[in-house]
Write a protein that binds this ligand. Structure first.
Ligand code: AMP
Ligand code: MG
Length: 403
């Protein structure tokens, strides 16, 4: 049986990159840039005042107290009408271009204007040359990489793309994810479950996780545990980049998944991984076509399905989208209480991660009653990772998967 690390490597190894497309930056939120964003210009494009005040020649103020003639007023979006001469100053606002000849800005708060003589400004202290001026090209050189390929587009990137790239982004298209929920026992949300029946939790939950991970979803609904229905659904699902099959992938008498997938040319990469919950995970790939598909058979148990999604499906989606900087694990959480994992598989345990004022991030394993307990899972924002056959003490550092 593969370890989690080995299984993650297999998923990454069988992943492929989706084709790129140009789209509006705002619509590319959460996607990864497929190329570097390069500044086409110097920024700022001109020497820029960084304070409301007066543009002046620093050498004029060397003696300390000096009185300068106000010859201009430059607001943001306008330019100086003439160059400054020694003994002159220009009233200037934040963001406005410096007048030629001036080299420094003094804040308006550090000056005084006599009401008798409003055309002159009094300076009291020498001004350091270059004060409150952002030099042309001081932030970005022409041709400089501003955002490297692979970066995820967040609001700051949307702003930068608007500034430098016409508000457009080259990204890999969103992966399509088809979802099949297998089980004779399943009913939809509108149906009152009869004897032996349960509602389909996984279908909607997997859809929500796939959307949150940046994918677009095709819900193929509840499929009964019979060959014909499942075969038809699998054929349709293999049109997508990723096919998720919840339940029916084990060795039960009605678990037709593995056989039917093989019939459709899906090659098994692995079945079962050393983790808890989520051991029955099945992974395969339909390759060699123009339209490859990564197929995950997720355990029917919702908690197991959730854990497997966050570890393995999210890794696959990140690879497809070129979000190569993402890892499922975040390290350095301080454990708030002792924890024992007597089992022979690593445990991904529902926990509450928080950031204490002044301290590091802590993680508190919740009072989880096992994989059927989805109510406690709903209180968690992380899965704390514990090695097999291990004992942890409060204050030790552990890593976690954010959910
Ligand atoms: P299976 O993997 O099909 O053997 O199912 C394992 C357990 O998960 C069984 O108790 C199923 O009833 C339950 N289960 C299967 N599919 C779902 C689903 N879509 N939503 C909620 N529970 C499910
Ligand atoms: Mg089943």
């Amino acid at each position: 049986m593969l370890s989690v690390t080995e299984a993650l490597e297999e998923v990454s190894r069988h992943a492929f990159r989706l084709p790129t497309q140009e789209c509006l930056a705002i619509e590319a939120m959460g996607m990864a840039l497929a190329e570097d964003v390069i500044s086409p210009v110097e920024s700022p494009a001109f020497d820029k005042a960084m304070m409301d005040g007066f543009a002046l020649i620093a050498a004029d103020t060397e003696g300390g107290s000096v009185n300068l003639e106000i010859v201009d007023e430059i607001t943001a979006g306008n330019t100086a009408s003439e160059a400054l001469e020694p003994g002159q100053a220009a009233r200037i606002m934040t963001g406005a271009p410096m007048p030629p000849g001036a080299d420094s800005v003094i804040m308006v708060e550090d000056t005084q204007i006599d009401s008798e003589n409003v055309d002159r400004v009094q300076i009291f202290q020498p001004v350091k040359q270059g004060s409150h001026v952002l030099k042309k090209g001081g932030l970005l050189g022409k041709g400089q990489v501003v955002i490297p390929a692979g970066s995820v587009i967040r609001p700051i990137e949307v702003g930068i793309l608007a500034d430098l790239a016409g508000a457009k982004a080259l990204v890999r298209r969103r992966p399509t994810v088809a979802i099949i929920s297998t089980g004779d026992e399943l009913v939809g949300p509108e149906v009152e479950p009869g004897p032996g029946q349960i509602r389909n939790t996984n279908g909607p939950m997997l859809e929500a996780m796939a959307i949150a991970a940046g994918a677009t979803v095709k819900q193929l609904g509840i499929v009964r545990d019979n060959r014909d229905d499942l075969c038809a659904a699998i054929k349709e699902g293999l049109q997508a980049d990723v096919l998720l099959i919840s339940g029916g992938m084990s060795v039960g008498v009605k678990d037709f998944g593995p056989t039917l997938l093989a019939e459709q040319g899906v090659e098994k990469v692995f079945h079962k991984v050393q983790l808890k919950p989520g051991k029955p995970l099945w992974f395969g790939k339909q390759g060699g076509t123009d339209n490859p598909t990564m197929v995950f058979g997720l355990p029917g148990n919702p908690a197991s399905s959730l854990v497997c999604f966050h570890l393995f499906v999210r890794t696959a989606l990140n690879e497809l989208m070129g979000r190569t900087q993402d890892s499922p694990f975040v390290s350095g959480f301080l454990l708030t209480r002792d924890f024992v994992n007597p089992g022979n598989r690593p445990v991904f345990f529902p926990a509450l991660a928080s950031r204490k004022d002044g301290g590091g991030a802590t993680i508190a394993p919740l009072a989880w009653k096992g994989s059927a307990d989805i109510a406690t899972l709903a209180q968690a924002n992380a899965l704390a990772c514990f090695e097999a056959n291990s004992q942890y003490e409060a204050g030790q550092f552990v890593s976690a998967v954010m959910i």
